[in-house]
Design a binder for this molecule. Structure first.
Ligand code: GLN
Length: 483
């Protein structure tokens, strides 16, 4: 089946001329038509435009002018990444039917290689959430069990890849939003080092934490996409050229040469099944010759409060631009300018977004700034130092991604604090700006996927991918049965 192929497999078939880009596009359009009603992964698909782009790609290849080996492969995009001429909603009523007049840099980079935009994916509103239930388009369902959430905020991205409704997708990760849904849906999700990928055209949530990355079927595809989208960009001053590029082809690392740190704090409060799956994998690595090093990341318990102060403070400032005047939706019930701002924001933002704007505004206000925001920044430095000390001793850190497998739909909606606490294992990597991946390693007794997190030091995506590939080769892919 075309839709069960990875990006690299599709590329082989295209280059051998055994398949056309139009056939691939049609296969995905059919699959989305069949399953999106249940899974709700896509907000927008434009099949006509996709087919035109696919047929242009076929012409390029027929003439020997293909833009790369990957010309004609469709990639699905989280709906907070701007796509020229295609609605970008952030799953928020306040953006309404906003259509960006420009492409994000990552979209330009995909298109320079001939990859096509397959459609726009559902997410938590403004990427705030861990379950996809804050979307104004309704929740995405986990393809492994539709009574469970796919995780968030890139839940549409993870579910689309798991359900074979996209060969791969782009998501964004501010506090775990690529890795946590990847773990819940049994796919591979990579958050690159902060600065590796330009965020120009990514709708900002928390600018010192946001990073774009891929969700894919395997390490090879995740590395390929990271390599395509990365690079310094003059339009994002936080992007850098670290002096090492990510290779499109990954060779599995000889595990005997790797020192793997296992932080004891990352196993506290973790469910027995997740703990068991991780320990089993780590023991296997030990017996194949890896050097397993117990480490301590003492500041872990402060990561949730620090993150929820920093992220909400930045969000309160970033989201000030949605005033009903510049973008999207404008209240029709206002008679003065003040009312226009107030009503547009009250009607346009959902409850979780409002909660965060209020929390962020509070912690930035005079009298509270020093006690909350500034303290959170200092805590962040301590978390960075925790990792620095750890990476003096180890090459990579292995840990669970989330304390449990996917929650049931509705389980955490009315308890935001419970939801925030479940981010404990992913947010430190964002605070420390290091690369981190989630790879699927097992299923629990209910058939829900369990992921393993691998964190590397700054700009050492190479080690993360190479060790990931060594681990992946012994794992049977976690399949979904929707048909
Ligand atoms: N779940 C986290 C939050 O709600 C992370 C979100 C993200 O990474 N975009 O903030």
């Amino acid at each position: 089946m075309i839709t069960s192929k990875s990006v690299k497999q599709l590329s082989d078939l295209l280059n051998k001329k055994e398949i056309s880009a139009v056939e691939i596009a049609n296969a995905y359009i059919d699959r989305i038509n069949k399953h999106n009603k249940t899974i709700n992964a896509y907000i927008t698909v434009n099949p006509e435009k996709l087919l035109i782009n696919a047929s242009e790609s076929d012409k390029r290849r027929a003439n020997g002018n293909e833009l790369s080996e990957f010309d004609g492969i469709p990639i699905a995009i989280k709906d907070n990444i701007c796509t020229k001429g295609l609605k970008t909603s952030c799953a928020s009523k306040i953006l309404g039917d906003f259509v960006p007049p420009y492409n994000a840099t990552v979209i330009e980079k995909l298109e320079q290689k001939g990859l096509l935009v397959l459609g726009k994916l559902n997410m938590d509103e403004f990427a705030m959430g861990s379950t996809n239930e804050t979307s104004c388009y309704g929740p995405v369902k986990n393809p492994h069990n539709i009574e469970h959430v796919p995780g968030g905020s890139s839940g549409g991205s993870a579910a689309a890849v798991a359900a074979h409704m996209a060969p791969a997708a782009l998501g964004s990760d501010t506090g775990g939003s690529i890795r946590q849904p990847a773990s819940f849906c049994g796919v591979t999700g990579m958050k690159p080092t902060y600065g590796r990928v330009s965020r120009y055209g990514l709708v900002a949530f928390a600018s010192s934490l946001d990073q774009i990355g891929p969700l894919a079927r395997n390490i090879d595809d995740a590395a390929l996409l990271t390599s395509i989208i990365s690079g310094k960009d003059t339009r994002d001053s936080t992007s850098v050229d670290p002096g090492n590029e990510i290779s499109e082809t990954i060779v599995a690392r000889d595990i005997k040469t790797v020192r793997i740190g296992v932080p004891e704090e990352y196993f506290e409060g973790v469910s027995d099944e997740t703990k068991h799956a991780l320990s089993k994998k780590i023991n296997e690595l030990d017996s194949t010759g890896a050097q397993i090093v117990p480490i301590s990341l003492k500041m872990t318990e402060y990561a949730v409060p620090a993150y929820y102060l920093i992220a909400t403070a930045e969000a309160s400032s970033n989201l000030a631009r949605y005033d009903g005047v510049k973008y999207g939706r404008r209240s029709e019930n206002a008679s003065t300018l003040d009312e226009l701002y107030k009503l547009s924001r009250s009607e346009g933002f959902g409850a979780e977004v409002k909660r965060r704007i209020i929390l962020g505004t509070y912690s930035l206000s005079s009298g509270y700034y020093d006690a909350y925001y500034l303290k959170a920044l200092k805590t962040r430095t301590c978390i960075i130092n925790d990792f620095k000390r750890a990476f003096d001793k180890v090459d990579i850190i292995a840990a669970p991604v989330v304390p449990t497998t996917a929650f049931r739909l509705g389980e955490n909606v009315s308890n935001p604090l419970e939801m925030y606490l479940s981010d404990i294992l992913t947010i430190s990597a964002n605070l420390a700006a290091i690369p981190s991946i989630s790879i699927p390693i097992a299923k629990d007794s209910k058939g829900l996927p369990i992921g393993m997190q691998l964190m590397g030091t700054h700009f050492d995506e190479k080690t993360v991918f190479e060790v990931g590939k060594a681990i992946e080769k012994d794992i049977t892919p976690l399949t979904v049965n929707l048909d």
